[in-house]
Design a protein around this ligand. Structure first.
Ligand code: AMP
Ligand code: MG
Length: 427
C-alpha cells in the first residue's frame, strides 16, 4: 500500500530530475531551413559572420560628408563635389569640398564627419553648388563605423538559441540564408476524463467542455512542437494503455491532462507503468501538485519506418493535473523546460523580475505558490481575486505569476518575484 501522504518534492528537485533525463535524450537530428522559415526554431549550429556589419563606414544622417578640419568656424562654405545616395560608392573626397550624402551611404575616403542637413544651407551655383556649414563638426560625428555591429568572424547567434524575429533579422544581416536547426519535438497530446466533451457538442448533464486540449495544444504549438492530438481518452485502463501505445509511436513526448491524482478513476499511472516506467510525484507547488513523469515503450521500430525510434525506443511521458490552471502552470514550469532541453535550447528558464505587491496575501499555502497576477499602471502587481486552480479566467486576466515561496505571507508594498507570462509562453 502506498503511503497515503507521499512526501512533497520541490519544483527545483523535480526540474533537476526532468532536465537530467531530457538533456540525456536531446534530439540529435537537425534540418537546414531557409532563414525565412526558421522562426521559433532552435539553432543546432551557431551563426558566424563572414563580414563586418556595417561593411564600411556609413552615414547615419542625410547631410554632408566632409573633413572636419575644413570647417574651422561656423558658416564655412564648401563646394559640393559629389552626390552619394545610399547604395552608391563615392570618390575620395577632394580637400576643401563636401559630398552631399544620404543615410546609409558609405562615407567617401577622406571625409571624417557628417553634418546633418538641418545644420547646413545649400547654396546654388555651378555644378552641385556649395554648402554653408552652420556648425563646427567634431571628427567622427554621424558616422556608423565599419563592424560596429558585428565583426567579421564573430558568432552572432550560438547553438541552442531560440530564433526570435530579431534573431532572424540578425542572421540575415550577416547574410545567412539558411540555418541549421533542431527538428521540432513531436508531442502526442490527450485529455483524460469521461466528463469531457468538445465545444460544438451538447453539454450533457455532468459534462464540462474540454478546455485543456486547447490550452495545451496551443502551448505546444507556441513552443514549436509538432502536435499529434489524440483527443479525449476514456477513463478506462485498456483504453488508456492503447492510447499510450499509439502515442509512443513516432513521438518524443506524450503529454496528458487529468487522471494523475489518486482517485479510482485515475488510470493513467497504472497504464504508464504497464507500458513503460513511471515516477508519480507530488510537487510542492500550487496550483499543480500531482505530476507524473515516465516513458512509454515503442513498438518495434520496423512498424514505424518514418519516425525512427528515439533513444531507448521509448517516448517520454508527462501527465499534468486536470484542473485547467494547474495544467497551464505546470506546462509552463515543468513541460516547457523539458521541451527546451530536448531541443538543446540553452535557456533553462526565462528570467524573473522583481515587482511591488499591490495586494495583501495573508494566508499563504505551505507549498510554493504561483499566483495569477497583473501589472497595474503604477508598476505594481495585483492579484486575480479567485486563485482557485479551476478558474481559467484568472490565467487570461493575468500577465504574470507571482512566485511565492511556501508559507510566506505577502503584505502590500513587499517586493515579490514575478514570472512574466509573455516570456514563459512560447519560450
Ligand atoms: P483530474 O485531474 O482528472 O482529477 O481532474 C481534475 C479536475 O479538472 C476535474 O474537475 C476535471 O473535471 C477537470 N478537468 C480534467 N480534464 C479537463 C480538461 N481537459 N478540460 C477541463 N477541465 C478538465
Ligand atoms: Mg479525471
Amino acid at each position: 500500500m502506498a503511503d497515503p501522504r507521499p512526501t512533497l518534492l520541490s519544483l527545483d528537485d523535480v526540474l533537476q530530475r526532468l532536465l537530467a533525463v531530457a538533456q540525456d535524450r536531446a534530439m540529435v537530428e537537425t534540418e537546414k531551413l531557409d532563414t525565412f522559415d526558421a522562426l521559433g526554431r532552435v539553432l543546432a549550429r551557431g551563426v558566424v559572420s563572414a563580414l563586418d556589419v556595417p561593411p564600411a563606414d556609413n552615414t547615419s544622417m542625410d547631410g554632408y560628408a566632409l573633413r572636419s578640419a575644413d570647417v574651422p568656424a561656423e558658416g564655412t562654405v564648401l563646394a559640393v563635389s559629389q552626390r552619394i545616395p545610399a547604395g552608391v560608392v563615392g570618390q575620395a573626397l577632394a580637400a576643401g569640398t563636401a559630398a552631399r550624402i544620404f543615410t546609409g551611404a558609405q562615407v567617401p575616403p577622406g571625409a571624417d564627419a557628417v553634418v546633418m542637413q538641418e545644420q547646413c544651407e545649400a547654396l546654388a551655383g555651378d555644378g552641385l553648388g556649395s554648402v554653408r556649414v552652420k556648425v563646427v563638426p567634431a571628427a567622427g560625428q554621424w558616422i556608423r563605423r565599419q563592424g560596429e555591429d558585428v565583426r567579421h568572424g564573430a558568432e552572432v547567434l550560438s547553438a541552442g538559441t531560440r530564433l526570435t524575429p530579431q534573431a532572424l533579422g540578425l542572421a540575415a544581416s550577416v547574410g545567412a540564408s539558411r540555418l541549421t536547426v533542431r527538428r521540432r519535438p513531436r508531442v502526442a497530446l490527450f485529455s483524460t476524463g469521461d466528463e469531457l466533451v468538445m465545444p460544438g457538442e451538447a453539454l450533457k448533464p455532468g459534462a464540462i467542455y474540454n478546455s485543456n486540449r486547447f490550452t495545451l495544444r496551443g502551448l505546444l504549438q507556441a513552443a514549436g512542437c509538432e502536435v499529434q492530438d489524440l483527443g479525449i481518452v476514456p477513463d478506462r485502463l485498456d483504453a488508456t494503455r492503447a492510447a499510450l501505445r499509439e502515442a509512443a509511436l513516432g513521438n518524443d513526448l506524450i503529454l496528458s491532462s487529468g487522471g494523475v491524482s489518486v482517485g479510482e478513476e485515475d488510470h493513467l499511472k497504472p497504464a504508464v507503468k504497464a507500458e513503460g516506467w513511471l515516477e508519480a510525484w507530488q510537487v510542492a507547488m500550487k496550483p499543480g501538485k500531482p505530476l507524473a513523469f515516465g516513458a512509454v515503450r515503442r513498438a518495434a521500430a520496423s512498424d514505424n519506418p518514418v519516425r525512427e525510434a528515439g533513444r531507448d525506443g521509448e517516448a517520454l511521458f508527462m501527465g499534468l493535473p486536470g484542473n485547467p490552471v494547474s495544467s497551464f502552470v505546470t506546462f509552463l514550469l515543468a513541460v516547457a523546460p523539458v521541451l527546451r532541453a530536448l531541443q538543446g535550447c540553452t535557456s533553462a528558464m526565462p528570467p524573473a523580475v522583481q515587482a511591488r505587491a499591490d495586494f495583501d496575501w495573508p494566508r499563504p499555502d505551505k507549498r510554493r505558490e504561483f499566483l495569477r497576477a497583473r501589472f497595474n499602471a503604477q508598476g505594481g502587481v495585483e492579484l486575480f481575486a479567485n486563485q482557485s486552480s479551476g478558474v481559467l479566467t484568472s490565467a487570461v486576466w493575468a500577465d504574470a505569476l507571482v512566485d511565492n515561496p511556501g508559507s510566506q505571507a505577502i503584505a502590500r508594498g513587499d517586493t515579490v518575484r514575478v514570472l512574466l507570462l509573455s516570456s514563459l509562453v512560447g519560450a
